[in-house]
Design a protein around this ligand. Structure first.
Ligand SMILES: N[C@@H](CCC(=O)N[C@@H](CS)C(=O)NCC(=O)O)C(=O)O
Length: 242
């Protein structure tokens, strides 16, 4: 049973976070999510949907007036989405977290799901999570910039080629890893929630299946299909698409 004062207590707790002045909570009892519909941004609503954690999503467009505002920087000092506030942190006190992998580990711990059943499984998941943060995200993101977005008219072919080579190499790592596996690290986990949205961007947003060689990688293609069919994944993307 929810104590009567939960709502007013949650509002008071959230007032300590300057970000709530620019993005006021309507449902202060829920976990507050600050993100946008990008591969990094959707990881968190996907995880929250998978775990059945109630949340309130605040749209934070990537313009400077949003991500570089003092209010946003107070929670996410590297001016990147996603970030969260949970009024019920591990010690019962409110906690703010930025960096998607840190948030995913937090949520996995909070729910006791999607983050392995023992230390060995957790380290296996963590290494693939770090692989996404250190390699997949930055390289795919730069490739997308030069191939499909702001940098596509740059005359010098070197930047696009450099990131394309890296994307191809990383896709091969993933495709080989998926040999005999459905998911990247044992059962479906937060590692898949980190990697899946980035793989989806190749066909969906970059339209680069052929250029990257993805269309010749049946295991990676099947993985994208399985990931994309999950209701939580569909819902996670929908949160910011309207
Ligand atoms: N390592 C970060 C990367 C986050 C990131 O790159 N976010 C982008 C959107 S996908 C962003 O907020 N860009 C805004 C900016 O750089 O000004 C994470 O995983 O949380």
């Amino acid at each position: 049973m929810v104590p009567e004062n939960t709502s007013s207590q949650s509002i008071a707790d959230l007032r300590d976070f300057p970000i709530t002045r620019k993005w006021p909570p309507v449902h202060p009892d829920r976990l507050q999510l600050y993100a946008f519909g990008t591969p990094n941004g959707v990881k968190i609503p996907i995880a929250l949907e998978e775990l059945g954690i109630a949340y309130e999503a605040h749209r934070v467009p990537l313009s400077d007036e949003n991500v570089k505002s003092n209010e946003f920087l107070s929670l996410s000092p590297n001016n990147k989405i996603p970030a969260i506030i949970d009024t019920e942190g591990p010690d019962g006190r409110p906690i703010g977290i930025f960096e998607s992998a840190a948030i995913l580990m937090y949520l996995g711990d909070k729910a006791g799901r999607l983050f392995g059943r023992n230390a060995r499984e957790r380290y296996e998941i963590m290494q693939w999570l770090m692989f996404q943060i250190g390699s997949v995200g930055p390289m795919f993101g730069q490739f997308g910039f030069f191939y499909a977005f702001g940098g596509k008219d740059v005359q010098d072919p070197l930047p696009k080629q450099r990131y394309l080579d890296e994307v191809k190499r990383i896709l091969c790592v993933i495709d080989q890893r998926l040999d005999g596996r459905t998911w990247i690290a044992g059962d479906y986990s937060i590692a898949d929630i980190a990697i899946g949205p980035w793989l989806q961007t190749i066909p969906r947003f970059y339209k680069a299946d052929a250029e990257t060689g993805l269309d010749q990688m049946p295991r990676a293609m099947a993985y994208i299909e399985s990931f994309s069919a999950r209701p939580a994944v569909i819902k996670g993307w929908d949160v910011f698409s309207a």
